[in-house]
Write a protein that binds this ligand. Structure first.
Ligand SMILES: Nc1ncnc2c1ncn2[C@@H]1O[C@H](COP(=O)(O)OP(=O)(O)OP(=O)(O)O)[C@@H](O)[C@H]1O
Ligand SMILES: [Mg+2]
Length: 242
């Protein structure tokens, strides 16, 4: 569903006289339907930046991100225009950020149904679905009409994940989705992600948490390798079956 070829990203800091911070280089892998590719590597290796390039929050410096859309068309996410990216984000590509920014003065329930109602799903149907997901993720009814700004870190994180999965995306990018959850909630989220994977969603995920990694990952791509001197570009197809 997604083929990343020789992707690279550096950051040029203009207010520091054009200093260049290395992101990653020579990244190549595939993400397949119904499986999860875990991107591993030490802190600062560029894992979040890689996901942001695929979601196109960042523009890659070089390389291709070939995505096969639902209608069968092939789109290079590295070079597609912004409108095309926005339409793919609303229709088929989901992203769970490492740090959740809540919308101010929007209740948890409204935050959760928005991705559905904005696609034209009937409000009552969206509310039904949202209530089911919130209960399943252990977010009690007392919190549904509250503003997520006041939620605990783990509650915010669970809401963040539910918002990304409520539309059943075809491609889901997960950046540390279980980082601040205790074991019980972590397992519920793992089950939700496994359910979506079984329905065919292709996933690329970053997990510091070893339990989540071993429960969810089918393949693994180690980003640290791409930063070794002389290794740039040589890491093609390094994904290994876990
Ligand atoms: N917008 C940006 N501007 C400048 N540098 C950036 C930017 N985003 C990321 N970087 C740099 O790119 C490198 C990789 O960062 P990134 O957040 O992708 O790492 P990571 O592998 O996700 O780390 P962690 O495991 O700690 O989340 C870091 O050195 C970081 O400072
Ligand atoms: Mg990160």
């Amino acid at each position: 569903m997604l083929r990343v070829k020789n992707l690279a990203k550096d950051f040029t800091i203009h207010i520091r006289g054009g200093a260049v911070i290395p992101g990653f280089a020579g990244v190549s892998f595939e993400a397949r339907m119904g499986s999860l590719l875990a991107v591993t590597g030490p802190s600062g290796a560029g894992k979040s930046s890689l996901l942001k390039c695929i979601y196109r929050t960042y523009i890659p410096g070089a390389g291709e991100i070939l995505y096969t859309a639902r209608d069968g068309s092939r789109i290079d996410l590295a070079s597609a225009d912004d409108w095309e990216i926005l339409s793919l984000r609303s229709a088929e590509i989901g992203y769970v950020s490492q740090f959740f920014r809540v919308l101010p003065r929007v209740s948890a329930l409204e935050t959760l149904i928005e991705p559905l109602t904005s696609r034209g799903v009937d409000r009552e149907e969206a509310l039904d679905k949202a209530r089911g997901l919130l209960s399943g993720a252990g977010i009690g009814e007392a919190l549904w009409d509250m503003y997520p700004a006041t939620f605990s870190g783990g509650e915010k994180q669970r809401l963040n994940i539910l918002r990304a999965i409520i539309t059943k995306p075809r491609l889901l990018l997960l950046d540390e989705p279980t980082a601040s959850l205790d074991r019980g909630y972590k397992n519920r989220i793992i089950d939700l992600i496994l359910g979506l994977k079984a329905e065919g969603t292709a996933m690329i995920g970053v997990f510091h948490d070893q339990d989540a990694l071993s429960a969810l990952a089918d393949f693994r791509y180690d980003l640290a390798r791409c930063r070794e001197p002389g290794e740039a570009g040589a890491g093609a197809e390094t994904e290994a079956k876990i």
